[in-house]
Design a protein around this ligand. Structure first.
Ligand code: 13P
Length: 254
């Protein structure tokens, strides 16, 4: 069964209202493959979600960049999963390495967040990835397996989860993983799902790559057997995001 190509655009903490409107116009005008071929999900900061959601063409969806770990309440500054569901925001990114590193989100905390968001009907882009130090010490698979296990331990269905492999050393650095490096980890993650969750989940779950994806490298990366799409940071704010969405064609013709 073919996995539909998935392209996420993580805008991170960027943009003014004017810039956001320009990006939405660029997305709405872009000639991209149909939603049968590629699922496109853009993730603006919380405050811009309603604007983007109401102005973006219906072929594209939106994601929040985070949500609180459990039911809302006295948690100043947080946004709950049920609030996102209430606004009709379909997706949320959880476990991004910037939050793991800068805000101290542990594997277990991320696992709890994924489980709670799914319980509220959200779909989740769950991020895993190793640091440069971990890669150089040969522990890449151990690290990403532990991050994935902490999620798998807490959830009963992977139907609404996309797994994003984002090596920390490739994020925002211009040092993209080589297609072979990405494919190697994606295949290992799929094998991990096969052995630890089920062969069906391994076959169905999309594993997308993030870290310095751009208009120039997306086709070769997307052509790898186990790369089912991308989570794009910097380039998702630029016109080249349209070219990255078009990389879905490499799978259609494969
Ligand atoms: O962190 C990322 C997406 O979530 C990747 O960011 P860059 O594409 O800017 O490297």
């Amino acid at each position: 069964m073919a996995r539909k190509f998935f392209v996420g655009g993580n805008w991170k903490c960027n943009g003014t209202l004017d810039e956001v409107k320009k990006i939405v116009a660029m997305l709405n005008e872009g000639a991209v493959p149909s939603p049968d071929v590629v699922e496109v999900v853009v993730s603006p900061p919380f405050v811009f979600l309603p604007t983007v959601q109401s102005s973006l063409k219906s072929d594209f969806q939106v994601a929040a960049q985070n949500c609180w770990v459990k039911k809302g309440g006295a948690f100043t500054g947080e946004v709950s999963a049920e609030m996102l569901a209430n606004l009709g925001v379909p997706w949320v990114i959880l476990g991004h390495s910037e939050r793991r590193a800068l805000l101290g989100e542990s594997n277990e905390f991320v696992g709890d967040k994924v489980a709670y968001a799914l319980s509220q009907g959200l779909k989740v882009i769950a991020c895993v990835g190793e640091t440069l130090e971990q890669r150089e010490s040969g522990s890449t698979m151990e690290v990403v397996a532990a991050q994935t296990k902490a999620i798998a331990d807490k959830i009963s269905s992977w139907d609404n989860v996309v797994l994003a492999y984002e090596p920390v050393w490739a994020i925002g650095t211009g040092k993209v993983a080589s297609p072979a490096q990405a494919q190697e980890v994606h295949l290992e993650l799929r094998k991990w799902l096969q052995g630890n969750v089920s062969p069906q989940v391994a076959e169905k779950t999309r594993i997308i790559y993030g870290g310095s994806v751009n208009g120039g490298n997306c086709k070769e990366l997307g052509g790898q057997a186990d790369v089912d799409g991308f989570l794009v940071g910097g380039a998702s704010l630029k016109p080249e995001f349209i070219d990255i969405i078009k990389a879905a064609e490499v799978k259609k013709s494969a």
